[in-house]
Design a protein around this ligand. Structure first.
Ligand code: DHB
Ligand code: MG
Length: 221
């Protein structure tokens, strides 16, 4: 019952404050057509990321996990002129679809998609001295989330905002013996954050059109 209400309120908010434009609607459609699981964030979560990006005055954004490019487009639209976003994707098919969506959104000069294993690409970004980023969004495979977070800090500066998606997973994180390696991956990150003096962090629960989940919101000290 409350699930229905959360979804209805989410739709109400999105209609008022987070309407999808043509490029975002077409991105969702392209994912459906390609049979990509609907792992994209919701419209309101996209708008929320934009609010954070603006709060951080972000000119350089890093995204780990492009998927179809839905959150990539929301984030890139929050950039000022001359801003730049680098997004990492392991699946070449997903990257191709994202590239088409980004072109349709007119953002191909703003967004750089790099294809490969995130841990390798992060290493390269560091070697190329591409940091520090003003905002980093982690939304890739869950088992290495703690490693991604470590890299995010390495590629940041004091004040950088780091967000990590899917760290609540319908409350499955409450089960310390949960067998799902995705749950274990985010549990490991959440636990590490408790003693991590490099950041000031919290977790926001999300309810709405997507299933019950949550995001880590952290700022680098
Ligand atoms: C999964 C991954 C996501 O990034 C997401 O938002 C939802 C689910 C998954 O791998 O299960
Ligand atoms: Mg996600």
């Amino acid at each position: 019952m409350s699930k229905k209400l959360f979804a209805a309120v989410d739709k109400y908010i999105a209609k008022l404050l987070g309407p999808e434009d043509k490029a975002l609607r077409s991105t969702v459609k392209s994912m459906k057509k390609a049979g990509i699981p609907p792992m994209n964030i919701s419209a309101n979560q996209g708008k929320f990321l934009q609010v954070l990006a603006k709060t951080a005055n972000a000119k350089k954004i890093l995204e780990i996990g492009t998927c179809g490019g839905y959150s990539t487009i929301w984030l890139a639209k929050a950039l000022p002129p001359g801003g730049h976003l680098i997004t990492l994707e392991v699946d070449p098919e997903y990257a191709d679809i994202a590239r088409q969506n980004i072109i349709k959104a007119g953002l191909d000069t703003v967004i750089d998609i790099r294809v490969g294993k995130a841990l390798d690409l992060l290493h390269t970004l560091d070697a190329e001295d591409m940091g520090p980023f003003d905002m980093i969004f982690i939304d890739a495979d869950k088992p290495p989330y703690t490693e991604y977070f470590d890299w995010a800090i390495k590629l940041s500066r004091p004040g950088t905002i780091i967000v990590a998606d899917n760290v609540v997973r319908e409350g499955k994180i409450l089960d310390e013996k949960h067998p799902d390696e995705k749950v274990q991956g985010v549990q490991r990150l959440n636990k590490t954050l408790a003693d991590d003096e490099r950041v000031t962090a919290t977790i926001i629960q999300n309810v709405g059109v997507k299933y019950h989940d949550g995001m880590v919101i952290a700022v680098v000290n």
